[in-house]
Design a protein around this ligand. Structure first.
Ligand code: ADP
Ligand code: MG
Length: 310
């Protein structure tokens, strides 16, 4: 392709919200063989909502939610935000102000009165969180976190968990003072265009793969054939490197802070949505509309710009 053709293609992309950083990246996209998608915030809307909470101890459900919300209050994770919101609405019966900003402020005020004091908080990426409340250790997260800490999940709870996971929900487990005390089901719907885009990529001869820190069953329920579940944040780049071994061109689509190493490791890194600054820096493409159709637009644009001239 001539420099002019590259310039034209870059302009066409920009008009569609597909920003490409240079001619090399534009050229590489035509040969993509594997395309790796992050799940949360990339294939899904990134709007996690709690659907159910269940206590498996004598504890009152409202108290259970306040306890878990207290532990999650220091976490930045979308799952944590969903839990705080649910705990708030479960326990609050009063009137809220009418504007969104005022509601947010009022919620924060009320929560700060309710929430219990937390010490020694730590986030365990890909697993959950851990901290101390009223002199006892609380763990909130996935199975790996429970197993690591020697917490046994009762059979009845395991049944519930499997059920929610088969419905594409993420089950968050809670242990307090060494005992399993309850679980919370969270859903994060797929983006509307996700299924169509996955089909479209297959028709173009591109093999879609999903990587997620989420559990295997929830990941399966999303509907991509090739799934790598329970991958720790650093492991996403390893998945890419292993696919590159035979010389295949690998693209990665992701949004979050955790995805930056993978975006950088990919031959074609695509940051989707508002993303984080780090993710945008590590990427070759920025898909500003937060629409997965633009992944196809990007590959199409590269193919149209380069393949005719070969
Ligand atoms: P993804 O790869 O889908 O973006 P993450 O790597 O962020 O997911 O998280 C993987 C899993 O770790 C989550 O599905 C959840 O089970 C657990 N987890 C992570 N952070 C938290 C948290 N703050 N509270 C509870 N569970 C968490
Ligand atoms: Mg993510």
């Amino acid at each position: 392709a001539t420099p002019t053709a590259v310039m034209v293609a870059t302009g066409v992309g920009a008009n569609h919200g597909v920003l490409v950083k240079g001619g090399d990246a534009l050229e590489r996209a035509q040969n993509v063989k594997y395309i790796i998608f992050d799940k949360t915030g990339t294939l899904t809307q990134g709007k996690a909502t709690v659907t159910t909470a269940k206590v498996f101890s004598g504890m009152d459900l409202g108290d259970f939610l306040t306890l878990v919300a207290s532990a999650e209050a220091s976490s930045e994770h979308p799952l944590a935000k969903a839990i705080l919101d649910y705990a708030f609405h479960f326990n609050f019966f009063g009137k809220l102000p009418s504007t969104e900003d005022a509601i947010k402020k009022r919620k924060q005020e009320i929560l700060s009165q309710w929430l219990l004091e937390v010490t020694e908080f730590s986030a365990l990426p890909g697993k959950g969180i851990q901290c101390w409340i009223t002199g006892k250790k609380i763990l909130v997260g996935n199975r790996a976190l429970m197993t690591e800490n020697g917490v046994t999940i009762p059979e009845e709870a395991e049944g519930f968990l499997v059920d929610m996971e088969m419905n594409a929900k993420t089950g968050i487990l809670v242990a307090y003072d060494g005992d399993f005390i309850g679980l919370i089901a969270i859903t994060d719907p797929l983006k509307r265009e996700a299924a169509v885009v996955i089909q479209g990529l297959k028709k173009m001869g591109v093999h879609p793969v999903m990587v997620t820190g989420d559990n295997w069953r929830t990941a399966q329920a999303v509907g991509i054939d090739d799934v790598r579940a329970e991958v720790m944040p650093a492991g996403k780049a390893d998945v890419i490197r292993s696919l590159q071994k035979d010389g295949s061109v690998v693209a990665m689509v992701g949004d979050g802070i955790n995805d930056s190493p993978a975006l950088a490791a990919a031959d074609v890194g695509m940051a989707i949505g508002a993303g984080t600054d780090i993710a945008i820096e590590a990427a070759d493409y920025v898909l500003v509309r937060n629409n997965l159709e633009d992944v196809i637009t990007a590959i199409d644009l590269s193919r149209k710009t380069f393949s005719r001239i070969r």
